[in-house]
Design a protein around this ligand. Structure first.
Ligand code: IMP
Ligand code: MG
Length: 186
């Protein structure tokens, strides 16, 4: 049974990043990418659904032409190996040949998903691949993945909002918060 409150704000224990702080993060990364990609053929690839809010803000903070595309992948199976495989549920529409790819993610956690996804995408002859993640949880890393652009490093707590969900809820919270334990504890 869902323990999600009618008012989603009531389920938040503490705010980790305010809307203002998020705006500053997005602007900083947008400027950096604008500078780094001004002579390149930038394509932003967002992995649905978690990164959709960050993607929508970030693309408007980038002041050079950028193509965008979206993917849906299934989560890895198995928990202990570093070689978690992802299955592509919805593939890209664009041909990546010769393009400078930036993968846009909501959170880099164990890194299994990204590790597998970057392997797949690198076989499609992009000119370059970089990873941009809104949040990094380095304490949880299992696979050897490093992000090139990081919004904020967060501790090993379950965070929601700004696209991130718990059981498909809270994605539309405009800030980033830590969930009260009673929501996920039985
Ligand atoms: P991983 O890096 O392969 O473990 O997978 C990262 C994915 O796990 C993210 O795209 C999120 O969907 C999910 N995830 C990990 N940590 C959190 C969290 O604190 N809140 C919400 N989703 C999370
Ligand atoms: Mg998720």
């Amino acid at each position: 049974m869902s323990k999600v409150s009618a008012n989603m704000h009531d389920d938040i224990e503490k705010v980790l990043l305010t809307e203002e702080e998020i705006k500053e993060i997005v602007n900083r990364i947008g400027k950096q990418i604008t500078e780094d990609y001004k002579d390149k053929n930038l394509v932003l690839v967002s992995v649905l659904k978690g990164s959709v809010v960050f993607m929508a803000d970030l693309m408007r903070a980038i002041d050079i032409n950028a193509q965008i595309d979206f993917m849906v992948v299934s989560s890895y199976t198995g928990t202990s190996t570093t070689s978690g495989q992802v299955k592509i549920i919805k593939d890209l529409d664009l041909d990546l040949t010769g393009l400078d790819l930036v993968i846009v993610e909501d959170i880099l956690d164990t890194g299994k998903t990204l590790h597998s996804l970057m392997k797949i995408l690198s076989t499609r002859n992009p000119k370059s691949i970089r990873l941009c993640t809104f949040l990094d949880k380095p304490d949880r890393r299992v696979a050897p993945v490093k992000a090139d652009y990081i919004g904020a490093v967060v501790p090993d707590e379950f965070v929601v909002g700004y696209g991130l969900d718990y059981d498909q809820n809270y994605r539309n919270l405009p800030y980033l918060g830590v969930l009260k334990p009673h929501v996920y504890e039985s």
